[in-house]
Design a protein around this ligand. Sequence first.
Ligand SMILES: C[S@@+](CC[C@H](N)C(=O)[O-])C[C@H]1O[C@@H](n2cnc3c(N)ncnc32)[C@H](O)[C@@H]1O
Length: 388
Amino acid sequence: MYPAKFIPQVVRYVINKYTVPGGWLFDPFAGYGTVAIEAAITGRNAVLWDLNPTLRLLVEASTYCEPVSLRDLAVDFNYDDPFHPRWGNIRYWHPREFYDVLSRAWGYWRREVDRRLKPLVAIPLLKVTRYFSYSDEKIAKLYRSKYAVEKVQRLLSTNWRARMKKMYWDYARGVVEKVNEFQRYRPKPVEVVVRASDERVFTGEYVVVDSIREKLDREVDVLITSPPYLQAQEYIRSFKLELAWLGFSEEFIASLSKREIPYNGVGEGFISSRTYEVLKKEVEKLNHKKLLELYISYFNSLALFFNNNDKIRSVVAFFVGPVKIRNMRIPIDIIIKEHLEYLGWRHEVTLIDTIVSRRLFKSEINPATNLDDERTPTEHLLVMRRAS
Ligand SMILES: C[S@@+](CC[C@H](N)C(=O)[O-])C[C@H]1O[C@@H](n2cnc3c(N)ncnc32)[C@H](O)[C@@H]1O
C-alpha cells in the first residue's frame, strides 16, 4: 500500500515508446519501485532513488527471482530474543499484549531470517504490525482513530494470537503468489541500482538520499518519475511505525522528514518559469505564509534536481496529478515544462489521463492554455526530449 503508486501501464508505455532493450531508466522519486518491476520484465536497466528507506526492501521483494515456498517465510512469534524499536513513543501505538508478541516476531526477523528472504518476510509482518496497532490501517497516514481503538479492544477480547498468526500466513501466501506471478513474466537479468536512505547499524552513520542534492554518476536514457505532489501527505511520517519496526531510530527518521518535498524549506532562485512567477503572485495574494512556502519549496526543489542532473540522454517523462491551492489550479506540468525548456529540452507531448476512466489519450489542447477549461480531475504525463 504505497501512496500515489504509479499506474504500471504508464511506465510500460514510456519504456516501449522511448527505450530499447538494454537501455537505462531513471526514477529519482521511486517510491514503491514500479519502475524496477517494469524494467526487469522488459529487459531495461534502472537507477532508482528515494528518501524513504523502504524502497530497497520493496524492490528486493518485488523483483525476487529465486524459487520461494511458503515455508521459507516462517516466523517464530514466541522467539526469545525480542527486538525493541528505538522510538520513545512506540508503546503509544500498540497495547502491551500485542507489543510483546510483535517484538518477538521482529526479533526473529532480525536475527534468524536469511538476508535474502528478509524483504519477503518483512512485508506480511509489516501488514500484521499495522493491523495490530492503534493506527488506522485503512488510512495511509499514521493516525490513531476511534475505529482503530475499538478494533484493538475487540481483538483483545478474542483469541488474537491465533488471529495474528493466521493473518501473517494469509499475507505471506499473497507474497508468494506475487513472487510467482512476477517470475512467470520471465524477468530478464538486468541491473537495478537502488539508492535509498539508510542508517548504518554498526557505525551509526546516516545515509540520507535527498534526490534534489544527489548527482547521477552514470548516463541514463530516460527519466520516468512521478514526484511528490504539491500538497502530498508526508511520506516519512506515514511510514514511521514501519520504519521503527524495521530498526531505524527516531532521530534518523526525523532527519529524513526534514528533507521531504515540499516540506524541506528550499528557497527561491532555482526555477525559471513564467507561469511559476505569475502564479506565485496569486499565491501571495492569499496572505498565507505556509502555502507560499510550500509553493516555493516544491518548485524550487524539483528545479534544483534538474539543474543538478544533466546525465539524462534523451527523454524526461514526468507524471503529475491535479493540484489546487485553495481554488487555484496549479499546472505543475506546465511549470516544469517551462523550466526544462530553459535548460534546453523541447516539448514532445503531454498525455492526459482523466482519473475516472484511467485512460490515456492525446491532448489536442495546447498545454500552455488549457488552464481554465478542465472539469474532470486529470493526471498529466509530460514528455520532453533533449533538443539535438
Ligand atoms: C508519488 S511518490 C512516488 C511513487 C512511485 N512512482 C511508485 O510507483 O510507487 C513520491 C516519492 O518521492 C519521495 N520523496 C519525497 N521527497 C524526496 C526527496 N527530497 N528525495 C527523494 N525522494 C523524495 C517520497 O518518499 C515518495 O516515495
